[in-house]
Design a protein around this ligand. Sequence first.
Ligand code: MRU
Length: 333
Amino acid sequence: MGSDVLDDVIGWRDGHIIAIDQTALPHRLSVLRLTTVDQLVDAITRLVVRGAPLLGVAGALGVALAVRQAEREGWDAGRLDAEVKRIADARPTAVNLRREVLAVAARVPDGADAVEAAARAVHDTAIEVSKRLSERGAAFLVEQCGPRPLKVHTHCNTGALACLGWGSALGVIRALRDRGALAHVIADETRPLLQGSRLTAWELDQLGIEHYLAADGAGPFLISQGHTDAVVVGADRVAANGDVANKIGTYSLALAAHRAGIPFVVSAPESTIDEATASGADIPLELRAEAEVTSFQGVPAAPAGSRALNYAFDVTPADLVTAIVTEDRVIRP
Ligand code: MRU
């Protein structure tokens, strides 16, 4: 595939950020150039750049961007702090964003070059980590289910577009395929922007992996009918007690997997585990614009007076999670 294409999911070029516009795929592969904090915050909130680990990388590069803009525009330290905070706050649920912004911002006193080096290190680490957690996740599933081609159900987009490298849940799927242990994938379409049908299907297609799309809401029934051997998803934040926040619709898959007695595995880097958040009840869940549900591609899809409860994420309680697989360990909540 375009492994070179996916190398450019996000990067640092000549003092600015380049990023694939994830709202344009699969119809158009366009790479944007982000030169200001305003542009980056807009890209994050509109899901041009998205997925927990990728948000961490975007946040890290964002601090480097803010430092360059501060030099150009003569910001004082207070203004730079405020702009860095705006990046950290652009989306609340994925802990990776705030974590990497704070880590790289700690290097600001050392100068722009040190900040850039720290941001690049976050980028490169994400690639290496994704490969390790993918292999560990595949090994765990083979151990759980036996050495046979597995039908894997997944949700949202968790590939290179969301994480760099191999991805998280999609990385596990790729590693299963490479071991000859994958039959096919069922991918949910995913709200609000069809991250599953636009992005996951695109990545699976690029990888030559057989897949079926499922309407959001169909997953639990498909699982009950034996269409799935295991559910594998990513995470935006794992609380200290093992509760998992992930894309809205994940919880119903976990319930269905539990009832069917099949593994429900969360694949996420260590940087997604937030020991400072005690349980799922403490995870800030993003509530997005109602129009994402009451309209479709700008065209009203509901009566004008209808309201929407547009949570972007839900929380799966730890007792429904078979395992959380990171690059370093397998956690059994
Ligand atoms: O709203 P999104 O597209 O940023 O949501 C992404 C997810 O929910 C992913 O499953 C999660 O970040 C885990 S791995 C990338």
